[in-house]
Design a protein around this ligand. Sequence first.
Ligand SMILES: NC(=O)c1ccc[n+]([C@@H]2O[C@H](COP(=O)([O-])OP(=O)(O)OC[C@H]3O[C@@H](n4cnc5c(N)ncnc54)[C@H](OP(=O)(O)O)[C@@H]3O)[C@@H](O)[C@H]2O)c1
Length: 329
Amino acid sequence: MKAIIYHKYGSPDVLELKEIEKPTPKDNEVLVKIHAASVNAYDWHLLRADPFLVRLMGGGLLKPKNQILGADIAGRVEVVGRKVKQFQPGDEVFGDISGCGSGGFAEYVSVPENALALKPANITFEEAAAVPMAAVTALQGLRDKGQIQPGQKVLINGASGGVGTFAVQIAKSFGAEVTGVCSTKKLEMVRSIGADQVIDYTQEDFTQNEQRYDLILAANGYHSLSDYKRALSPKGIYVATGGSMAQIFQAMLLGPWVSMAGSKKMGALSAKPNQKDLVFMKELLEAGKAVPVIDRRYTLSEAADALRYLGEGHARGKVVITLEHNNKT
Ligand SMILES: NC(=O)c1ccc[n+]([C@@H]2O[C@H](COP(=O)([O-])OP(=O)(O)OC[C@H]3O[C@@H](n4cnc5c(N)ncnc54)[C@H](OP(=O)(O)O)[C@@H]3O)[C@@H](O)[C@H]2O)c1
């Protein structure tokens, strides 16, 4: 099978398209013929080992431990292991396989059945591949860490990216009044996916105006913890899921102290892929309450370009890789 391989950390130039052996599923695994994969900042960090912490957190100290990137996949089950209970050959599935070594930038992957769920019936493989990591991060940030409630004023900073476009739609589905923060060119798109208000960060700093929010999800960009705190209502919650390293570290290290000292809660989320949340997203998508926003599509052999584009940090929704064999099926 064809796969995008890397043997050393570096720029997208280190990625090579290679012919390698098709994997064989273990007893608890399914072999998935991948029809589409999506690109995440997670892949970008693992490619370059940046931040350095990536090497210490299982990426591989001197060279990549897993040589095929790609966390988000959608495809069709081809073979099931002896102990697999949930799937059968022919099932259309999607999932975030970062918890089991990634490997989505390839024609096939073998993964434990628990990493997957049935693909939403009403969307394409490309759309399904855009969902898992970004949407589950947004869901866990808003629902679990953010304790979102109907009627709350919720602000999403970085509303136009992968996590942000799902966060806007998920927050709306919980009945919140949503403000999306993005740059000028993306205001219309963020409004079109349901944001009640949009703020152009090139024109206005939302942390400096009078408006207060019950929940702020920081998906991208940077504001200091004290600026975010000022923008929260008296019992407001701030959740950092992404953005600059300074933003994440401040939320991780200082957030717990701020939370202990007053009524506002501040912290960071490290999302955990899980099947229940994938199924939650499947149902939301099938109910038409969320629609994946896809910016660009690349072929497998263009994976380096896909990563280069994502690495520029200005994707409009998600960047997807479509597998060539997809065209033949
Ligand atoms: N905590 C976790 O478990 C977890 C999980 C997934 C992702 N993440 C992190 O979450 C972050 C976002 O992921 P993503 O998939 O959404 O990335 P992404 O799709 O690459 O984000 C790109 C978007 O960010 C916007 N953006 C850039 N600078 C901004 C700023 N200063 N203010 C507001 N928006 C800005 C861009 O809009 P403009 O072009 O308009 O600037 C663009 O639409 C990344 O840092 C990623 O590492 C964390």
